[in-house]
Design a protein around this ligand. Sequence first.
Ligand code: GCB
Length: 690
Amino acid sequence: MNRCLLFCFLITLFPFCQSLHGQRLDRSINQGWRFHKADAKGAIAVDFDDSAWLSVDIPHTWNHVDEPLNAPGDKRYYRGAGWYRRSLEFPETPQGTRTFLRFEAALTVADVYLNGTQLGQHRGGFTAFTYEITDAMKAGNNLLALRVDNSFFPDVPPLSIDFTYFGGIYRPVHVIQTGPLCISPLVHGSSGVRVRQSEVSPEQATVSVMTYISNKDADSKSYVVKTSILDVLGRVVADIESDQEGISDLVSQSVTIKQPHLWNGIEDPYLYTIMVVLMTDGKVVDIISQPLGLRFFNFDKDRGFTLNGKPYRLRGVCRHQSFGDKGSAVSEADMELDMELIREMGANAVRLAHYPHADYFLQLCDRYGIIAWSEIPLVNDIRKSEAFTQNATQQLEEMIAQLGNHPSIVMWGLWNELQGGDPAFPLVQKLNDLAHQLDPTRPTTAASFFKSQEWCPEATKLTNLLAINTYSGWYYGSPDDMNGALDDFHAYAPDQPLGVSEYGAGASILHHQQGMTEAPKPRGDWHPEEWQATLHEAHWNAIEKRPFIWGSFVWVMFDFASAGRSEGDTIGVNNKGLVTRDRKVKKDAFYFYKASWSPDAVVYITSRRHLIRTEEKTPLKVYSNADTLKLTLNGKALPAGQKDGVVYTWKDIALKEGENTLVATAEHDGQTIADQVTWTYAPATAPGRK
Ligand code: GCB
């Protein structure tokens, strides 16, 4: 059998041969847990009675029910210990079988016990961790217990946050079984395979693959690591084989791919697969596959971002991981919906705020060509302590080890709105050096704001790139001040390529007001949807016309849980999303971006939810990227509106008493598309407020 066919055969066979001795078996243990929302003395004991505890499945968080709080106005929510227990049944396994437990994340500090013995403690709520339980487990029934605690820990970032800190085991849990010789699952919670690409061009690409081997097989004197790069059809385009002697080791290999098919963002997110096969005595004993998207990119302080040699402005959004009333305990389907909405709007980039997101979301970014900014949770406040530095360092190391193979990630974020004054400098310097040492292929970045620049001027100059969080027209000033803010930022950091890491405004789909010229109170309970849209029009306009900006990220794609907030129409929610927290309603500003960014035809009448009008004359605004746009009001054509980019406006249209129907029609690629709304003019009712 030729080599190519042999590998196609192996891939096909792999799912079916998992039960063979020595082959990796990876199954999730997400069902059948018991949970108790408090500390529980003695809960590590095998015979502890947990029958009164709740039955839960993973992903799980205990805060989804207490945010927003039952008591209106109360900003507190449960931050403390929660206990999980589950029995684990293992059949008799062949001699030499190794067993591991992998937790994709538990927030914040997790103590893990098997059969009453502590396996370890993990500090940090957003990264995976793995323990080997080969010696602690037995055939038959085992008892797994976890104490998870989302209290404030002064050594574990983040310390101050504007998002609900959802405690619990909120990402999947796996049991992994291998033979005695395996690709190590124990390297910072990673796959055990680290991929690095270099010298990528349309002519060729170099791919280095580092595989961590763990060998507990006294008999296996030698083994072979065979690494292959497969194209989408499963054909081998490059491979390499290394013979090793029988000790645990790091095997470094490098291959060259001629005329690579490049991973080219949303236009062509082509993915190869890297397959690392470990063999001994002519038998396959372990296989790991990883995604490979070959691309080269650059950030330039004057010309912005280029992908594969071509200008590629990053039109992005920020995303928090919480979803509807599930908190952070989200499913793959939830993440797919998030991705679908981001793509529908025409965004090509995402800032994963303010912590490492689930591996599955990065898989979606790889698959759909969405460029990602991934960051550690160093938010605002820091501590000058050895323990804090150690934990921030650990979280950075885990993030890079676990997510670093995703081609969609092009930068590592080190901090958000740093406020630490002097102590920030050595900390950021350490993190910056470490990020470059662990991954020389990606630049570091940070999300600054004017106070970071005032308080930590030296630290803000350390990262390769810098971006700014700016809220003109919301927390201060007017929307047009964005122009000055960007120019000031450029003057402040002329040598760093600059981006916009956050900008936005709150909006309730229940609050409407026409003709606003001033921002509503950010902490108030009146957040008209119209103001958010106006602000985004001005901000995007300011960003778009500055070519030195490599990218921008709307704050934020989805409304998210933030228990400390009491504003807009709901307690406990930050409502700066372009889409509501349940992902059901796309706000007006969503369609401004869709019309500006997406190649799909858009015709959208804004203020559509302002159903009852108390003024006879009203302004009208339609977003459309079509060339021709016609409007009718109650069947009669309106004169052409004023056009500014994708924004069409009519200063005053006159409504009649009772129902009014507006229809907007456009031609796009020979197709007619239309949008329609019905508003009632009722002068006497006067709802809402001025
Ligand atoms: C910021 C923070 C972010 C907040 C946001 C806001 O600058 O980085 O965590 O949620 O402002 O909405 O105020």
